[in-house]
Design a protein around this ligand. Structure first.
Ligand code: MLT
Length: 405
């Protein structure tokens, strides 16, 4: 008789952003007169930049002409996009990444969930706490995390690296040695970053312990400070121990368009086995490539006009981050993040836990955010706001929140 994958039954509750979305919809239905402001999921609000739209129009037209029509995309990505990535994101910053180390995909979320397939089930993962929930949930589904303790909110086979106020809300090297280390900088959800020298320590640690780092750099476009690395490959030895995940969602507004890529250096081998070759095999088997039109859109991100327009878009969101951070700080909230990242991490007020604060903010100010505890037990008592709203909504949300303190 057929059996289901029991690991799914171990997952406590639904996916964080599904729960938040459901609560928002229920509130809207019950209060049709209220203007709800959504600063919860990191979803963009600004339209796709004109240089990218032009590239999409052009490629749509190509699809209607026999001579330029394209069928299946190469499963690892079109060379025009992979070479634009190599030049734009790596060579331009002095990093030597080859085209065949780039794997184009439909986004960093799916890559961050799927990448664990390359590793044995008895590997132990280490995650920041709080953390983007996909890393943990995808390992739960695979059966790598052991048992869940509802009292602590922790899995028995996961090493948690608390991201607390005393360490600037960034993880420290763990006491127990993991096999797979998930790092995300600039960090989701806390907005924290580390310097190049600090990241070098992680790379040295991974090489020494023979661990692999899965480095999520989805928010690199938001880096404003010079000593914050844009890629883990800025560190010596990273090509031997690190996989990097990149997204077009946040830097180019592709949350609905869907495009991302993963870098797996050929130097990254485990017992003589190449992870690059394994991922290529996986991509070939399970994936038919991102659409041609979308990959042309991605190529336009690296054009001169695209770059200029996206710089403005990032500045627009970072101005929102400033409005949130400064506005809340002036009102007396305790806030961090928002300097190299589009997320602001704040302490709840009045001794409320994260979900109590969520309900309070929704009911008293019609503002939706994301409860810190949804990202992990150390997020309890914290709350995340995103800078991806419109400027007008952001200003209004902060004015409403100022009145609550
Ligand atoms: C978030 O809000 O954490 C992100 O938007 C989720 C994602 O990128 O999948």
């Amino acid at each position: 008789m057929v059996k289901v994958n029991d690991n799914y039954q171990k997952l406590p509750g639904s996916y964080l952003f599904s729960t938040v979305g459901k609560k928002e919809r229920e509130y809207r239905a019950a209060h049709p007169d209220k203007k709800v402001i959504k600063l919860s999921i990191g979803d963009v609000t600004q339209p796709i930049a004109p240089a990218i739209i032009d590239a999409m129009h052009k490629s749509v037209d190509e699809m209607g002409v026999r001579e330029t029509f394209r069928g299946y995309a190469p499963d690892l990505g079109y060379e025009f996009l992979r070479s634009a990535i190599v030049k734009g994101d790596y060579a331009s910053r002095g990093m030597d990444i080859a085209i065949d180390e780039i794997f184009v995909s439909d986004g960093a979320k799916s890559d961050s969930a799927n990448i664990q397939e390359l590793f044995a089930l008895d590997n132990v993962i280490a995650v920041g706490d709080p953390v983007y929930p996909v890393y943990v949930d995808s390992n739960v589904m695979a059966g790598r995390t052991g048992t869940y303790d509802p009292a602590t909110g922790q899995w028995s086979n996961v090493i948690y690296m608390p991201c607390l106020e005393e360490n600037g809300f960034a993880p420290m090297l763990p006491d127990k040695v993991p096999d797979i280390i998930y790092l995300c900088f600039p960090n989701n959800p806390t907005g924290a970053t580390i310097t190049r020298d600090q990241l070098q320590k992680w790379v040295d640690y991974a090489n020494e312990k023979k661990a692999v780092i899965i480095y999520d750099a989805a928010y690199e476009a938001y880096i404003s400070e010079a000593d914050v690395p844009h890629s883990i490959y800025e560190c010596d030895g990273a090509k031997k121990c690190a996989i990097e995940l990149r997204s077009f969602s946040k830097n180019a507004g592709f949350t609905g368009v869907r495009l991302g890529f993963t870098v797996i250096p050929k130097a990254l081998t485990i017992d003589g086995v190449s992870l690059n070759a394994m991922w290529a095999r996986r991509h070939g088997t399970k994936y038919n490539g991102a659409p041609y039109i979308v990959q042309r859109a991605g190529e336009a991100v690296y054009s001169e006009a695209g770059r200029a327009q996206l710089k403005e878009q990032v500045a627009y969101y970072m101005n929102n981050a400033k409005v949130i951070k400064e506005g809340l700080a002036q009102a007396g909230y305790s806030v961090s993040g928002g300097v190299n990242a589009p997320y602001i991490w704040l302490k709840t007020t009045g001794g409320m836990n994260s979900w109590e604060f969520f309900d309070y903010l929704l009911n008293e100010a019609s503002v939706v955010g994301t409860p810190g505890s949804g990202f992990g037990p150390s997020g309890e008592g914290y709350f995340r706001l995103t800078a991806f709203g419109t400027y007008e909504d952001t200003v209004e949300a902060i004015e409403r929140m100022k009145k609550l303190i």
